[in-house]
Design a binder for this molecule. Sequence first.
Ligand code: RIB
Ligand code: CA
Length: 317
Amino acid sequence: MEQPTPLVIDTDPGIDDAVAILLALASPEVDLRLVTTVHGNVDLEQTTENALRVLHLAGRSDVPVAAGARGPLVHPLAERAGHVHGAAGLGGVELPPSPASLDPRPAVVALAELLTSSAQPVTVVAIGPLTNIALLLAVFPEAAERIGRLVVMGGSAGAGGNVTAAAEFNAWADPEAAQAVFSSTVPTVLVGLDVTLPTVLGADGVERFAAAGPLGETAGAILRQYMDHARRTYGTAGVVVHDALAVTEAVVPGTLGTVPRDVVVDTGLGVTRGQTLVDRRQPSGSATAVQVAERVDSAAAVELLVSRLESFAAARG
Ligand code: RIB
Ligand code: CA
């Protein structure tokens, strides 16, 4: 087997972030070298504590965690997503504290140093607001150019929004940062609502890994609030683990069908703030084109997630 691909996850845990981190740890194709945290679903202190605790839950408190931006680049956020993820961000589940200390470096420094020192191209998966990635581009452009692939969970091409009618949460939480990222030349894959919303993890899938061992049982408990929220809000019997689909694309490149598109973000202060405007008139040949995910085999993606979490939980006993 080839050398696993070095992986960094930039994240705002968050229930689906927690599942995405577990999926990365359960996937031999990648080697999680660093987790950087960002404000988002809950505040930075909480997303950072949650990242430490999820890694400890999985027996991987060796993975360094570096804290990043505590707010958006320009305009403060009107609200977060505690009503979706729980006030502490993990569906009301209190995980044991990690023995690991936080990496003392700011996230962008830790990320720049890893990118600069890695002999192999690094895949970065950004599953929260893009503030840290935009700061990396601004402060360490040479390091940013060394990113092999940037896989972003965010935005939507034609599926509307989830935090407003127009905007997906990660893009909405820092539109200026998203604009900076989508207008860069970093090879970027955009995993938006168009492919995440159809990819629903059902109760049967949750029960499979929940029954595989204590780690799976805890992951199932974390997801329970998400399931309840989805049932109450959308009347659905399953959950959309948006971030896990982005990690799936990072772990198995080509999982999603993508088309190069020009993407701009509404950075105004009106009702469509944070909307990602994807030019679908024709594929783009521009150096700043974003590979926008437009096709997904949702059943296959869900099966990969469930089977890997099931095996990972069983192996940890
Ligand atoms: O819109 C979904 C995204 O917003 C996910 O990353 C979820 O964790 C929230 O951050
Ligand atoms: Ca997230």
